[in-house]
Design a protein around this ligand. Structure first.
Ligand code: NAP
Ligand code: MG
Length: 402
């Protein structure tokens, strides 16, 4: 069989620990035998980030802006323990944070639905994609513990010295106080990323806030979404036969539980944090979740939603067998290859991505899976495979599709 050709390189961001091991296995077993793989390789493994003073992370993000599509392996975000473990020069920032800041993106997470791993909510027939605004609000707040009686005010001083002042509360005793913010430009980026993603995947877009109570803060989110929709998307949505739907957050939560799925649910930062954990655990597990960062200019970075699976890696280092689920990492590759294929008009590459996903799912549906899935599946008589065996079984399934 002739290998599938690529025209533009993918930006390949290698990572750490167990996911770095899976990364190589996936390339060797599932990609290189079938594709004349073209990538621009960046080693985001912690050792190399440390050697380059984290310049490699910045370079990989810039390359993503240049080429448009990246695939990223999970990476360690350094903490005190990692400082000693890797003898780091500095506690380098989270690569995801650095990349997000450069690409200015929104993160979309979608459960990978497979027979035998059933959602807890029985009417969810299709996946629900959660789009989380990952900037500002309570994550960038200022808080005060009020010791006793007194007046709390919001105060804004403009550059020209003009002052806007608003009373919050007259305290008669001790209490608590919180101030938070967001920016119009960040909300606009968030809105555009959501509208583009829904259009791209031909699904309805839901957005919800608490605008009836928060008449300025949340209402601004609602207004900006509506403005962006009316100006840039209304016509395109009509043509694509999809809908933009705004409602109150409590109404959205109630509707989501009754819905069949198959839509994008855009959430403010806090709502997205809480609701994405609910939706993902109700669908199965983090290892069965796709995650993609989409910038407002249409740049895509695909990754797995889970971390580097450190505990499994230490077992692997001791020569013990691991049963680590590679599905999310495989789907990061298929997502990136499919997008590259679409952008470069390479139908064979798109088809390959479809086949690899199909082979992965049919392996699981055939009762062959890693331990994490074996623990939650409704299938009977399953075979628990180790990390390598699982990938090799997928290879067998994949070969049958050619
Ligand atoms: P984690 O790597 O997601 O793993 C937590 C636990 O979840 C594992 O110990 C394992 O449970 C289970 N798990 C996660 N992914 C799995 C998979 N593919 N297959 C089977 N089981 C899986 O989170 P962590 O241990 O908290 O973090 C480890 C490192 O990852 C940290 O250094 C953190 O900074 C980094 N991290 C990176 C990203 C990213 O790059 N996107 C995201 C999160 C965390 P059992 O041990 O019970 O089997
Ligand atoms: Mg959370």
């Amino acid at each position: 069989m002739e290998k599938i050709k690529m025209t533009t390189p993918l930006v390949e961001m290698d990572g750490d620990e167990m996911t770095r091991i899976l990364w190589k296995m996936i390339k060797d077993e599932l990609l290189l035998p079938f594709i004349d793989l073209k990538t621009e390789y960046y080693d985001l493994g912690l050792e190399h980030r440390n050697e380059t003073n984290d310049q490699v992370t910045v370079d990989s993000a810039k390359a993503t802006l240049k080429y448009g599509v990246a695939v990223k392996c999970a990476t360690i975000t350094p903490n005190a323990a990692r400082m000693t473990e890797y003898d780091l020069k500095e506690m380098w920032k989270s690569p995801n944070g650095t990349i997000r800041a450069i690409l200015d993106g929104t993160v979309f997470r979608t459960p990978i639905v497979v027979k035998g791993i059933d959602p807890c909510v029985k009417n969810w027939e299709k996946p629900i994609t959660l789009a989380r605004h990952a900037y500002g609000d309570v994550y960038k707040n200022a808080e005060i513990k009020i010791p006793g009686a007194g007046k709390a005010e919001l105060l804004f001083t403009a550059e020209d010295g003009t002052i806007i002042r608003e009373e919050i509360h007259n305290f008669t005793g001790p209490g608590i106080l919180q101030g938070m913010y967001n920016t119009e430009s960040s909300i606009k980026s968030f809105a555009k990323a959501c509208f583009n993603y829904a259009l791209d995947t031909k699904q309805d877009l839901w957005f919800a806030t608490k605008d009836t109570i928060s008449k300025k803060y949340d209402h601004t989110f609602k207004d900006i979404f509506q403005e962006v929709y009316d100006q840039e998307y209304a016509k395109k949505y009509e043509e694509a036969g999809i809908e933009y739907f705004y409602t109150l957050i409590d109404d959205a939560v109630a509707r989501v539980m009754k819905a069949k799925g198959g839509f994008i649910w855009a959430c403010k930062n806090y709502d997205g944090d809480v609701m994405s954990d609910m939706v993902s655990s109700a669908f199965g597990s983090l290892a069965m979740m796709t995650s993609v960062l989409v910038s407002p200019t249409g740049v895509y970075e695909y990754e797995a939603a889970h971390g580097t699976v450190q505990r499994h890696y230490y077992k692997h280092l001791k020569g013990e067998e691991t049963s680590t689920n590679s599905v999310a990492t495989i789907f990061a590759w298929t997502g990136a290859l499919r997008k590259r294929g679409e952008l470069d008009q390479l139908p064979q590459l798109v088809e390959f991505a479809d086949k690899l996903e199909k082979a992965t799912l049919s392996t699981i549906e055939g009762g062959k899976m890693t331990k994490d899935l074996a623990l939650i599946t409704s299938l009977e008589n399953v075979t628990v495979l180790n990390s390598e065996e699982f990938i090799r079984e997928i290879r067998k399934e994949l070969e049958q599709l050619f």
